[in-house]
Design a binder for this molecule. Sequence first.
Ligand code: SF4
Length: 505
Amino acid sequence: MVNPSQNSHVITDRLMRSWVRCNRKAWLDRYGNNKSRLWSAHRSLQLDHQQKSFAALIPGKPGKGIAACEKGIDGIIGLRIKGIGPSKEFLEAHPHLLQRIEGESLWGEFAYRPVIARQGRKLTREHRLSLSLVGLLLEQLQKAPVPFGLVVSKVGARLEHQTVSLYTENLQSQIKETLIKITLDLKKSEPPPLISDRRKCSLCSWRGVCNMEAASTGDLSEVSGIGSKRKQILQGLGIDKLEDLATANPIALSNRLQHFGEQHGQIAQQLVSQAKVQHSGCEERINLIPVLPELASAPGILLYDIESDPDARDDFLHGFIRLNRIANGQWDLKGAKYQPILALYEHGEGLCWERLKGKLSFYKDWPVMHYGETEAISLLRLAKMQGLPVKELDVLRNRFIDIHARLRRHWRLPVNSYGLKSVANWAGFQWQQKGVDGARALLWWRQWKGKGKDSRGSTNALKGLLKYNQDDCLATWAVAEWLLKQDELSIKPIPDLMKRDQQNL
Ligand code: SF4
């Protein structure tokens, strides 16, 4: 519990951005224990993209602070602006960049407008409100209107521009309401509840604190398959906690959920079963069909994992582990060999495909095992674009084994997510590097890639990236191995039962 009166009431642009993402985050930013925050590579990626976008917009060196504004330098950074909000709030902003434009201001025959960099493809409420807040303070500082803000984004070699009108009635009332709500939230002595859409938590520095809270209170968002909308519906039906769902009657729940759409009714049984498994902590087998029958005769397996930059739609690393079957029929994990293929921009997709095709042909009878649909989709897309005939595409398609899909078809696990990290950890696998995720891998890639083949960056970054990718392949195998072991332990030759399961699938 905190005493909000002891804290400053200034609302900063950073605090507002946090609040727009999650009301609780803004409260924790102000009153939480900073030692509990977890680092995420996401912010570094954002700053890297911002720096590249701004350099493309204003190639010269930007000026710093108020002195640079007085001189009329084209781009301004390092400025702190204070002012008063529409409801007399104390406000403060550190604009990412101000761009000189035509006009008239306190400083002469020119004025400034705020610029932000957009990561991702869409303009969001957060972008609009950020520009609006800076615009409001800049107007007070330069004694000139700020009717527009600019959003830029470097996509490949292109710089995308988008002008945002700041004086619309809608945006003006949004910023006013937002500032009032932030002030009220920051007066609370307890943090606001967890955000409904917990997917956003994976990028948040408070995820450690909030994950613990969700687990200890049995929050519904802990149940795999429950997003923000379904959580609200269930709460409306009086099902507030994981335990309530685990003990609900699935048929009665299905009937009640039908009113909110057929898809909610159909999934009721599944949600109750998943909640039961998580509540009891015991996994449950859904059917008795062997999970990985094609491995019985496979001479070896290629474990496969891609690292990619989703914003640039760039698969920059294709990692394989070659796993042989040895004479006693077991898998030779000790002799497994990691074989990465880096997809360098300057080599083009054609060369990358040639190398991939070479590997796939060399191990032509081996299944390609991966976790989640991304790998198969990306590789088939590349093969198609590079002109692989339809027949060969079909052969390639049939070689993929998606361990995630097989797991979901045959098992329920006591995990709050069926993502690779969560499932492999549950199966006992440990990544060699702690706290690394896809965003960190992308940051390492950018750090190594540098500005071109003659200025490659840190080799440690490349080593970190390869080790992470290799571990992702091994984690996939850890889950597959667990599935194989369960088949050995639990499948009894009961033909009638198996026949029934097969008919039901
Ligand atoms: S971890 Fe999630 S609930 Fe917690 S502050 Fe961050 S976004 Fe909000």
